[in-house]
Design a protein around this ligand. Structure first.
Ligand SMILES: [Ca+2]
Ligand SMILES: [Ca+2]
Length: 301
């Protein structure tokens, strides 16, 4: 489908659904024809809602539909598409500044702020420096009053020795209060039965690993899927047990991807990250891609 057709399709959906969209909380997803246009329409509505005023829509680049592909072939097509981005990726400092002030800056608590990952509490501010976002009291009820927000690498940076471009890839970064970030450390994701540490939204650390709270489970899964699809042939397994950290986790991540589909914030963020670093996370655009690649193929990477 041409760019013009996509824009027109999104615009007509906007016109048709504008009056009813606010009543709906979940965007339509799936691999039926037109799913992508529907997602884009919701994304545009989200940016209008959150900004308070209607801003001109970002021009929509041509997208691949990946129609008909599955398994290893689909995985490799995604890999190729994700690797063809700008020659000079943004540096880590720039990426964090953009994340705090733009990609993850939303209207929360009555003004601009960051909805912190692993806690789901709003820390007010609009600065590009994580040090300017102190927790107000113990907002996330983890027993610590944190004085700043920093960047969580969902695929821990120690496993790729903080190398570029992985370290600054915003599709796998998230703004977190300092303590939940350090408690997650570099442990694997898991379902936790007895928590030794927890936050108010239900993120937990335990013997099994680290469990993000329910509204973040799909976000974590799609960030992990993106990371492996893009970087599986890079040096991302240093000093770790890959079977323990990735292979054994694939069924759980696929479940989390289905359980928590992309919401308007995640769609909005995908657009903003693309505007900054030049590529999207296709697992957010089409959540059916993960199951179409399938457990066995993902485990083999
Ligand atoms: Ca706290
Ligand atoms: Ca979510």
């Amino acid at each position: 489908m041409s760019r013009i057709k996509i824009v027109l399709a999104a615009a007509s959906l906007l016109a048709v659904s504008a009056t009813s969209a606010r009543a709906q909380s979940t965007p339509p997803v799936g691999n039926h024809p037109g799913a992508f246009e529907s997602l884009k329409a919701y994304t545009l509505l989200a940016s209008i809602d959150r900004g308070g005023t209607a801003s001109p829509p970002i021009p929509l680049p041509v997208r691949e539909s990946w129609g008909g592909l599955s398994g290893e072939q689909l995985f490799q097509e995604l890999h190729k598409a994700l690797m063809s981005v700008r020659a000079a990726p943004p540096g880590y400092k720039q990426a964090k500044a953009y994340m705090y002030s733009k990609a993850d800056n939303v209207i929360c608590g009555g003004g601009p702020g960051i909805m912190t990952f692993y806690s789901e509490v709003c820390v007010r501010g609009s600065s590009d420096n994580g040090g300017d976002y102190p927790e107000q009291g113990d907002q996330n009820e983890d027993g610590v009053v944190d004085s700043f927000v920093n960047a969580e690498h969902i695929w821990p940076q120690s496993y790729f020795k903080s190398a570029m471009p992985m370290v600054s890839d915003l599709h796998q970064l998230a703004p977190t209060l300092y303590t939940p970030n350090s408690r997650r450390g570099n442990v694997r994701f898991a379902e936790v039965s007895n928590a030794s540490y927890s936050t108010s939204c239900g993120s937990k650390l335990g013997r099994e690993g680290f469990e993000p709270c329910d509204p973040e489970k799909g976000n974590v899964a799609r960030a992990m899927l993106y990371f492996v699809a893009r970087y599986y042939d890079k040096n991302i397994r240093q000093g770790m047990n890959y079977k323990d950290f990735w292979t054994s986790r694939v069924p759980l991540l696929l479940k989390w991807n289905r359980q928590d589909p992309p919401d308007t914030n995640e769609l909005r963020r995908n657009d903003l990250v693309e505007a900054f670093q030049g590529n999207r996370n296709p697992f957010i655009d089409d959540p059916s891609l993960a199951d179409r690649i399938g457990e066995a193929v993902l485990e083999a990477h």
